[in-house]
Design a protein around this ligand. Sequence first.
Ligand code: FAD
Length: 485
Amino acid sequence: MLRSFSTTARNATKTAKHDVVVIGGGPGGYVAAIKAAQLGFNTACIEKRGALGGTCLNVGCIPSKALLNNSHLFHQVKHEASKRGIDISGDVKPNLGNLMKAKETAVKQLTGGIEMLFKKNGVTYYKGNGSFVDEHQVKVDPIDGSEDSILTANNIIIATGSEPSPFPGIEIDQEKIVDSTGALSLKEIPKRLAIIGGGIIGLEMGSVWSRLGSEVTVLEFQKAIGGAGMDAEVSKATQKFLSKQGLKFQLGAKVVSAVKNSNGEVDIEFEDTKSGKIEKIQADVLLVAVGRRPYSSNLNAEKIGLDFDKRNRVVIDSEYKTKFSHIQCIGDVTFGPMLAHKAEEEGIAAVEYIKTGHGHVNYGNIPAVMYSHPEVAWTGKNEEELKEAGIKYKTGKFPFIANSRAKTNMDTEGFVKFIADAETQRVLGVHIIGPNAGEMIAEAGLAIEYGASCEDIYRTCHAHPTLSEAFKEAAMAVFDKPVNF
Ligand code: FAD
């Protein structure tokens, strides 16, 4: 576990040796680095962004949730205060400057927090771009332009993440035509916001700006919103609730072009795939939210001949090993859903494989959450997947309108839906649309992980009055009958 550090005068290149070098300081990389250090490895993490936390903390999960939370609060105060017994004198207005400041404070505190965790756990942090020199050496080009370093490592973990997928022919300027990063930092509230893509990122950003006053139109190529994995019934309900909030949806819309005109607006043309007609709309800002793609530029991976698949994902085995057993890869840059918690789980498992030869991630039980209002969350299988696999199942549902806490909170949209094995009633999937769905889904995760049946949940005492009683009652709806509906 010795660490050596020297400077060679000839080319002013520093050298160092580490047991584990992690390239990328996002949720996959920073978690892997901390866990490796905790397990006794001399560990380094290379991050070129200038801040730790990756996409998630800097331009993803955290800033979007800050905007979602505060825009929801604004929406509630503006539209619901009086019926909740709060009289507000004067106009309730959003203050975009302060909204952005609150977002930036959250980001700064959390990214700074990881730097402190690195110090606490003894992880060496290199602020720069990491690239392969050979199979055991990684070069760091520091972002401050100082002398570079060559790190020699017994184990290397690639965690370089992803970036927004471009839309062919549409140019992002981050002002009028933006990707998710631009949509998190608009300088004014657009009167009309068009969004290409009705997946989670598009709908979350659409919710933020709609609450703040934008007229939002979502153009989605598929016939349903929410993207892969969202249960069809939940997707329909989501569309209904978001439409009620004012978002407009054009499904089956194949965008053909989007260009800025001389008035500073964006002209968008799309084909209605049902009628074959070309339709035109205008927006003040267009958000392109058509997914993300793996990122491995400037890694010099070709130098060592790493394998990539057709979608540019690094090819790995079940232990996260690339073609070289000491080079692993985790997170968005390889297979699986592009989610922060999936990357984190893989970070821990990859390091445990190095240390003990064992690791564990259950890819059948990775929760997905959309932080709209109501929230949407699910884990396990949906009905469509089970039908395709020919598995017989039963469903049970409980609406929040019949839940005492939801009623008390005046927040009753949505339902909990259980999908269980038809014979054993083992929980196969849980799909929730409703208040705090993102928190409640953790209970479903535990149930699936430990092979619980609906009866197990039915016989577990849930506190009253809580939203989680709706969870229990949905399980009862599979096993027996719900009491309160
Ligand atoms: P990343 O977070 O992308 O981190 C990779 C890091 O590696 C980057 O910081 C990059 O600078 C660095 N890097 C790349 N190449 C090099 C190199 N050669 N040298 C040094 N450093 C390098 N997921 C959720 O689970 N929940 C959410 O609510 C959620 N919301 C999102 C909202 C938005 C708007 C977006 C865009 C994403 C959201 N995601 C969410 C997805 C989540 O951010 C990603 O799945 C997650 O960040 C992936 O983690 P990662 O560690 O694999 O990669």
